[in-house]
Design a protein around this ligand. Structure first.
Ligand code: ARG
Length: 468
């Protein structure tokens, strides 16, 4: 058999693999990232095989010791990855046989690379989901604390990016937090479907050896073995689910990023971001740019791309395993890395946001943000809402002409538009009165924001998280 033909399947081949084809079909340059999970899966498989009498205990021990040594070689950077050996699975198996001889060749009894790779990716995803979840929780906690601190800080609320009504800064931050609470649930939901074990499906139909899949699943911390071997080796819907979660999360982070970028501008001047999250310009000495939120906003695109790549990769694939599926790894790895890094950046940055309260307050005072409050005041005094709307519209037109906000007008000025208006109107025209009046669950009143922050803390600690 030619050297260039892979030793583990070269038996039926009569000519060596074309050198380019070998490189083209190899995945070892990227799937070596699955080495730890591959070894973990192999150790569980060998343990189970010995348990059912397919391997002797000595064979099992030789395999496990060899694999542990290989793990050490990989960690120390001493492992020699070989492209002709195609992928992480065959590289590790070949090294095992180098080390322990013929027993190494028994490890693959009762399994195939098809169930092996599907198992490795699921183990990898589970590990990464747990790391991502830690960052996501840290970010949510940071937001909840910031919101609690800023429950009374007043800023303009916007619709169409035009000043609409005053809100509290804490309320705005809790709106972000709600988005992340749903993302958190989506992540944990995805984890449930990731944590199912394909091992034992073998190539596609199962195996003739008396394997015990419950034992292997238990050893690897899977919730259960998969129900159908054909499905188990072929579908990557769990990877699509993860990248859907990732896309929605990044969409949310991009919205927050956009607001942070706007708020740090001189035109808004709502917040300061500490220098450590910003960079300068090589030409304009005065510049301090909000690079971190800008970059998170930009990274959203690549994650959407990975979702599209995986959906398209899976589309129309006939059962069972197809080599197409080797293409699942790079998008998935990059989605995992991007999500983890963006969450870390945000979790570090959010608690450091410094609201410029006076500037936010001033912005809310301008722009007639209490116009709705004046209308509601008239309604409480018996005016129909549509008529109240008209009366307030006329007062705003007058304010635009005289450059006065509603709260800056005298009682006589306001009475021009309706003589129902009285001295008590000034209570509702203040920003503090306006936010305090929205005093119901989900409203912007400071005491509602504090209560909502407390509920968010409780809801988060009640979540069944990673592995629990
Ligand atoms: N490197 C392959 C992958 O990532 C492993 C499975 C290969 N199976 C096969 N029948 N060629 O999908």
């Amino acid at each position: 058999m030619s050297q260039a033909t892979n030793q583990s399947w070269g038996g039926r081949f009569s000519e060596p693999t074309d050198a380019f084809v070998a490189r083209f079909t190899a995945s070892v340059n990227f799937d070596q990232r699955l080495a730890r999970q591959d070894i973990q899966g192999s150790i569980a498989h060998a343990t189970m095989l010995a348990g059912v009498g397919v391997l002797t205990d000595d064979e099992r021990d030789a395999i496990i010791n060899g694999l542990n040594e290989i793990q050490g070689e990989i960690e120390r950077g001493e492992f020699n990855w070989s492209v002709p050996l195609e992928d992480v699975h065959m590289n590790i198996e070949a090294r095992l046989t180098d080390k322990i001889g013929i027993t190494g060749k028994k490890l693959h009894t009762g399994r195939s690379r098809n169930d092996q790779v599907a198992t490795d990716i699921r183990l990898f995803m589970r590990d990464e989901i747990d790391v991502i979840e830690v960052e996501l929780k840290r970010l949510r906690e940071g937001m909840i604390e910031l919101a609690d601190r800023e429950a009374e800080t007043i800023m303009p609320g916007f619709t169409h990016l035009q000043t609409a009504q005053p809100v509290t800064f804490g309320h705005h931050i809790l709106a972000w937090q709600e988005m992340l609470a749903r993302d958190h649930e989506r992540l944990l939901d995805c984890r449930k479907r990731v944590n199912v074990m394909p091992l034992g499906a073998a190539a596609l139909a199962g195996t003739t050896y008396p394997i015990d899949r419950h034992v292997t699943a238990e050893l690897l911390g899977f919730d259960r073995p998969s129900e159908n071997s054909l499905d188990a080796v072929s579908d990557r819907d769990f990877a699509i689910e993860f990248t859907s979660f990732a896309s929605i999360l990044l969409m949310h982070l991009s919205r927050m990023s956009e607001e942070l970028v706007l708020w740090t501008s001189a035109q808004f001047n709502f917040i300061d971001l500490p220098d450590r999250f910003c960079t300068g310009s090589s030409i304009m000495p005065q510049k301090k740019n909000p690079d971190v939120p800008e970059l998170v906003r930009g990274k959203t695109g690549r994650v959407y791309g990975h979702l599209m790549a995986l959906l398209t990769l899976m589309k129309s694939q006939p059962l069972a395993y197809n080599k197409d599926n080797q293409e699942d790894k790079e998008p998935l790895f990059d989605a995992v890395d991007t999500v983890r890094d963006c969450l870390k950046a945000f979790a570090d940055m959010v608690p450091a946001i410094e609201p410029k309260k006076a500037s936010m307050y001033e912005a809310a005072r301008r722009g007639f943000s209490t116009a709705t409050d004046l209308a509601d005041y008239l309604v409480r005094k018996g005016v129909a809402f549509r008529d109240a709307h008209e009366i307030v519209g006329q007062s705003v037109a007058y304010g635009l002409k005289t450059e006065k906000d509603l709260s800056e007008m005298s009682l006589d000025e306001l009475k021009q538009f309706s003589d129902i208006i009285d001295q008590d109107v000034f209570e509702v025209l203040t920003l503090e009165g306006s936010v305090a009046a929205r005093n119901h669950i989900g409203g912007t009143a400071p005491n509602q924001v504090r209560a909502a922050a407390q509920r968010a803390r409780e809801a988060m600690s009640a979540l069944k998280t990673g592995g629990a």
